[in-house]
Design a protein around this ligand. Structure first.
Ligand SMILES: Nc1nc2c(c(=O)[nH]1)N[C@H]1C(S)=C(S)[C@@H](COP(=O)(O)OP(=O)(O)OC[C@H]3O[C@@H](n4cnc5c(=O)[nH]c(N)nc54)[C@H](O)[C@@H]3O)O[C@H]1N2
Ligand SMILES: Nc1nc2c(c(=O)[nH]1)N[C@H]1C(S)=C(S)[C@@H](COP(=O)(O)OP(=O)(O)OC[C@H]3O[C@@H](n4cnc5c(=O)[nH]c(N)nc54)[C@H](O)[C@@H]3O)O[C@H]1N2
Ligand code: SF4
Ligand SMILES: [Mo]
Length: 734
């Protein structure tokens, strides 16, 4: 049998075609009929078979007894949780239970749509997620400028003449905060029609290798480059926002704020000649259709929010925001807050409604910085975190100074994990509840159509039936929520969901609620939430009011989904700022720029480390899949030959990478694609912890990049970790 399945692994969200025989997977290829990914696939999509079949993937709940995990029934597991979690809440208060939400949650509607329910039931301020290891700066700057954190403009690559990529490597990552399956094909088409691709990155990456130009940049200096680009736009009379003008607030304040950052003043700090910066500003301004795109390299640094903000300032001032071939706002079919409420104006965003207990870091979009999880667990006093719930989250590997997190986890009164593996983080849990194989779930991407390079609506049904007795993840979260509310282990998650959906619909639809509920009654769980959001959304059937509009049934019945066309200009309708304008000069961002001045003349450390992504790896959890694990050792320290000579190390030699709080050991791979003074180690490795159950990964554990990184470094406004450009030294491995 042939099945259509949207890949749940990365943000490209490719359509897969999965062939089964007798409920066994016999082949996975790209789905040619997918209206969006058009047959594109990468090796990780094929490895979903390995994931499904992985003997180490957890299939029953585990309960820790002494030092060992024992298999348990679901009833036993929930009974254990109900016996221990509410006790922590009762004794120490709601904030004593923290929640840690990991990256795969964003790729599973059964998790993402139910996290808010669990979070509400827990009622804790201690909510942490991968967002503060990744993208919180962009969420914050977008919220400040456009009024909602997911109003993030993305490159309209299929129609642009010039794409400048800053701190991203979509050839390896397949795109981020920009859903763009087959970046390679689209970038080739861009060049074939005479357009240009420019990459600015401390490494000559796979993306740089196919570009028309590549410039090295010193890690952490993007804020200066971007301020200088804006400076040059003003100074060289290149500001031309054209049709955007009526919607831009704060142009003069921006001009003033960048005054100290002439290209000549930042050139040494960035490692980019002033003439190159001026040339780039002119190229961006003069191109008919152009886009500057910044991604994780611009976020995971000390001025990540300011850099994220300035990317969109450049796009706006050059007239490339919200125009064809520029940085455009997708219009998603469901869940897009920027299609709800009053068009063109809104409440904007508020941050800092509370602060973290120990360091006083501000809450941002309901979250606290992941790098502060350890101190909240370690530091005694009222409000100390004494219990933790992790959902698809592996902070011991994914967050700086994971050794400290691991120690703190051991001190908890109780920990429960919803995860696929017994790994570096979940080995500290008292109860592990196994998540489901993606092939046993229906799939609708909740966030990514809001970030897609073309509008579309796609759904895929489960490929295989659930393993007998296995609870879907949304039901696991509903059960945990019930326990957190004190309702015990036996609540019926389906009935709870029915009741909650009815309440929510009644609140929104009033008299019409019975009709609305009847309209979606063919679905339960996450599918019902999708159908509700889709039908109420901008392309929806309005529950019968617009019969030609979309329903989940229509989308499910369309092979490969429904194309909703190229991106359209959305200003001012997309805005939800109180002013109804694009806020080009949010005061907190101006203050950051002012703060950055002090750093402008900081001498560069002799050697800094940056990360690296590779096609056959995905963060910390796919190293147990044979298809991806085979081949050459990937966790190597790439080092420029000059730096190798300076340190007296040779190709293949094992070295110790020593940072402020820890160290990692990896073999050296000489590579002149690195900027001298910068070395690179991929993240997500370090599978050598005792007591884990990932046999393939343990054979070649690799080194944990986050061991030498520093959990004290953050981008202040967003709380995002600094993962790039941290100073390290090298020693021969002992
Ligand atoms: N194969 C694979 N794909 C993935 C993932 C994976 O682990 N493997 N992870 C997924 C996730 S969770 C995410 S968030 C996305 C991320 O997607 P991307 O943002 O494309 O991430 P990277 O490939 O790490 O590219 C970041 C680039 O920034 C550069 N860089 C480092 N420091 C700096 C700096 O200070 N300034 C500048 N300008 N550049 C810098 C790095 O050299 C690197 O080339 O990828 C997703 N896709
Ligand atoms: N130094 C450095 N550190 C980084 C980064 C970097 O570039 N450099 N990148 C950061 C980024 S962008 C991110 S997003 C984070 C990611 O870090 P995390 O959010 O911790 O995510 P992963 O490392 O992907 O680990 C995912 C966890 O979810 C489990 N899991 C996988 N699939 C499922 C599922 O379907 N259901 C359930 N219940 N569990 C599942 C896995 O077993 C694993 O425990 O790492 C960050 N860490
Ligand atoms: S690029 Fe991403 S979404 Fe596409 S097949 Fe690979 S892992 Fe899956
Ligand atoms: Mo990420």
């Amino acid at each position: 049998m042939l099945h259509y399945r949207i890949c749940p692994v990365c943000e490209a969200c490719c359509g897969l075609e999965i062939r089964t025989e007798d409920q066994r997977i016999v082949g996975i290829r790209g789905a040619d009929q997918d209206v969006f990914s058009r047959g594109y696939i990468c090796p990780k999509g094929v490895a979903v078979k390995d994931l499904h079949e992985d003997p180490d993937r957890l299939r029953t709940p585990l309960i820790r007894r002494g030092d060992a995990f024992v298999a348990a029934t679901w009833d036993e597991a929930f009974a254990e949780i109900a016996a221990r979690l509410p006790a922590v809440q009762a004794a120490h208060g709601r904030d004593a239970v923290a929640l840690s939400i990991g990256n795969p949650s964003a790729h599973k509607m059964g998790l993402l749509l139910y996290v808010p329910r669990l979070a509400k039931a827990l009622g804790s301020r201690n909510v942490f997620s991968a967002s503060t290891l990744d993208q919180m700066p962009k969420q914050l700057s977008s919220g400040l400028m456009f009024g909602h954190w997911l109003s993030i403009p993305v490159p309209d690559i299929d129609r642009t003449d010039l794409l400048v990529v800053l701190g991203a490597n979509p050839m390896a990552s397949n795109g981020s905060l920009w859903t763009v399956p087959d970046f390679r094909g689209r970038a080739k088409a861009l060049r074939a029609r005479g357009g240009q691709l420019v990459v600015i990155d401390p490494r000559r990456t796979e993306t740089a290798a196919m570009a028309d130009a590549h410039h090295f940049i010193r890690p952490g200096s993007d804020v200066f480059l971007l301020a200088a680009l804006v400076h040059a736009l003003f100074g060289d009379d290149l500001v031309r926002p054209e049709r955007l003008s009526p919607w831009l607030a704060g142009v003069d304040a921006v001009r003033e704020a960048v005054a100290p950052f002439a290209p000549e003043a930042v050139a040494a700090r960035c490692g980019i000649p002033a003439a190159t910066i001026r040339g780039l500003a002119r190229q961006l301004a003069e191109a008919e259709r152009a886009c500057l795109y910044g991604r994780i390299g611009t976020c995971t640094q000390a001025f990540g929010s300011a850099a994220s903000w300035l990317v969109d300032v450049v796009n706006a001032l050059t007239g490339h925001l919200d125009t064809e071939g520029g940085a455009m706002f997708p219009k998603a079919a469901a869940f897009a807050r920027n299609t709800e409420g009053r068009p063109g104006q809104g409440g904007g965003i508020v941050t800092g409604r509370h602060a973290s207990r120990v360091s006083g870091a501000p809450e941002v979009f309901g979250e606290l910085p992941m790098t502060l999880l350890a101190e909240e667990m370690e530091t005694p006093g009222s409000g100390q975190v004494r219990a933790l719930v992790t959902l698809a989250s592996n902070p011991v590997l994914s967050s700086p100074n994971g050794a400290r997190i691991a120690r703190a986890l051991e001190g908890l009164d109780f920990m429960v994990s919803v995860d696929l593996y017994l790994n570096e983080t979940t080995r500290h849990a008292h109860v592990i509840l196994p998540g489901s194989s993606p092939l046993e779930d229906g799939h609708w991407d909740v966030p990514f159509p809001q970030l897609s390079t073309r509008n579309h609506a796609r759904y895929s049904a489960p490929v295989l039936p659930s393993a007998p007795g296995h609870l879907p993840e949304w039901q696991i979260l509903m059960k945990l929520a019930a326990i957190a509310r004190g309702d015990g282990p036996d609540a019926d998650p389906v009935a709870l969901d029915d009741a909650q959906v009815r309440r929510e619909v009644e609140k929104l639809a009033g008299d019409r609620s019975d009709a609305v509920l009847a309209a979606v009654s063919g679905w339960i769980g996450p599918e019902r939430l999708v159908d509700l959001a889709l039908r109420a959304g901008p392309y929806g059937d309005g529950f019968g009011a617009r019969p030609e509009g979309l329903t989940l049934r229509k989308v499910a019945d369309a092979p490969g989904g429904i194309d909703l066309g190229p991106l359209q200009a959305r200003l001012p309708e997309v805005l939800r700022t109180p002013s109804g304008r694009v806020e080009l000069a949010p005061p907190s961002m101006l203050a950051e720029l002012q703060k950055a001045r002090a750093d402008l003349h900081a001498p560069p450390p002799p050697l800094v480390v940056i990360g690296r992504r590779e096609v056959r790896s995905n963060n910390s959890w796919m190293h147990n899949l044979p298809l991806l694990a085979k081949g050459p050792e990937r966790c190597t320290l790439k080092l420029h030959p000059q730096d190798a000579a300076r340190h007296g190390v040779v190709d293949g030699q094992r070295v110790r990478i020593v940072g402020p709080q820890g160290a990692a050991e990896a073999p050296v791979e000489l590579d002149d694609a690195l900027m001298p003074g910068v070395c690179s180690l991929p993240h997500g490795w370090g599978h050598d912890q005792p007591g884990t159950r990932m046999a393939v990964a343990a054979e070649r554990p690799g080194a944990n990049l986050n061991a030498p990184l520093d959990d004290r470094l953050r981008d202040a406004p967003s709380g995002n970790a600094v993962l790039s450009g941290v100073s390290v030294t090298l020693e021969p491995a002992g």
